[in-house]
Ligand binder design. Structure first.
Ligand SMILES: Nc1ncnc2c1ncn2[C@@H]1O[C@H](COP(=O)(O)OP(=O)(O)OP(=O)(O)O)[C@@H](O)[C@H]1O
Length: 344
């Protein structure tokens, strides 16, 4: 048999099979409860595309703790203000999801604003309890800009994107959980075989390095994939998926699917490693765990995304402050600009 190429052919249809609304309906029973809002108005895209970080009128309090109420907001006359955005319908959808789930974790078709997790308190990353929190995260994130246009979504496709399928932006609101990152895994499937599993977080965890834990993880993931994913995944047989294991490591929930493509971080593997694993066709998937606190990846990445990705625009405000103090200031600045606008 000819050796597999590093990547399968990447086409627009292939990429679209990984957008949230493509896979979630089939796997919702073994994933996190989520609401998909689609279609979205062009104005919402314009808002995300617009410069600066501000929240739409009427979207409520940042972290539900500022003194600015929706009523105060609505009293203002926006005619004199330059570009104003207000999404009362979308706000209502978001409030409903927050009511149903307690709090939400936002995403677009593919990407979450995880690079902006610093704007909300570190104790509950990406936890939104008001529409304004959702908007603030999306506006403070660089990662989500990938999802805004078909040009970036389909960039790097092997086939031309001239006749690519319609791409429609979606907002996904997932029930927020205090996810224990030590139990998150990324798994790799190539040509219909589960070939690799690795820790998703890049910190060292003692318990993950016990022999028995490692065996349990491999067995659980293999069984979970066999029983719940292998025959149900209808797209091409090259994909990656992210799992969150239960506390006792005996079961799992699906967090996400991603393309088997350069844009998906292979974390503790390289795509060359994965190709070699496929070529040697082992009976069990290879499991990679950070095996020491001085592992080069653990040392390089601590803490991953959490508190080290601040946009330049925000950096000018930071002036050497601690990140929590700085995030408070950032929210305060945005609130102030909302106050100023409502006075205009
Ligand atoms: N419902 C949730 N509640 C709280 N935290 C979550 C939730 N879903 C995901 N997370 C956390 O956010 C991180 C990023 O989530 P997710 O995989 O959905 O984002 P992504 O942008 O698709 O990431 P990647 O680009 O690495 O695939 C996860 O690793 C997890 O720690």
């Amino acid at each position: 048999m000819a050796p597999a190429t590093l990547f399968p052919p990447i086409t627009p249809d292939y990429l679209l099979s990984f957008q949230f609304s493509s896979w979630y309906p089939k796997f919702s029973h073994i994933s996190i409860k989520s609401t998909i809002i689609r279609p979205l108005d062009q104005a919402f895209r314009d808002y995300l595309d617009s410069d600066g970080v501000f929240v739409p009128k009427g979207s409520g309090d940042l972290l539900a703790e500022s003194s600015l109420s929706d009523d105060d907001d609505d009293d203002s006359d926006d005619a004199s203000v330059g570009q104003q955005f207000a999404f009362p319908e979308l706000d209502a959808h978001i409030r409903k999801a927050i009511q149903d789930y307690g709090a939400v974790f936002p995403k677009l078709n593919f990407s979450s604003p995880k690079d902006a997790s610093w704007v909300l308190p570190a104790s509950s990353p990406l936890k939104c309890t008001a529409p304004a929190d959702v908007y603030l995260l999306l506006k403070s994130s660089d990662f989500i800009s990938h999802d805004l246009s078909p040009d970036t979504v389909f960039a790097g496709c092997d086939t031309g994107i001239a006749d690519s399928p319609t791409y429609e932006l979606e907002l996904v609101l997932r029930k927020w959980y205090p996810v224990d990152r030590s139990r998150e895994l990324r798994c790799f499937v190539r040509e219909g075989s589960l070939i690799g599993i690795c820790q998703r977080d890049t910190n060292y965890y003692d318990f993950m390095n016990e022999r028995q834990t490692r065996d349990t993880i491999t067995t659980t993931v293999q069984r979970f994939w066999d029983e719940n994913i292998k025959l149900k995944w209808e797209g091409e047989q090259d994909y990656t998926f992210d799992l969150l294991l239960t506390r006792d490591l005996s079961r799992a929930h699906i967090l996400d699917f991603n393309p088997y493509a350069l844009r998906t971080d292979p974390l503790l593997f390289t795509y060359e490693d994965l190709s070699s694993l496929l070529a040697t066709s082992q009976s069990a998937p290879d499991l990679r765990i950070i095996d020491s606190p001085t592992h080069p990846v653990a040392a390089r990445n601590a803490p991953a995304h959490q508190h080290n990705m601040v946009p330049l625009e925000a950096l000018s405000l930071s002036n050497g402050r601690g990140i929590d103090e700085f995030a408070d200031l950032w929210r305060e600045e945005i609130k102030k600009s909302m106050d100023d606008e409502s006075k205009n």
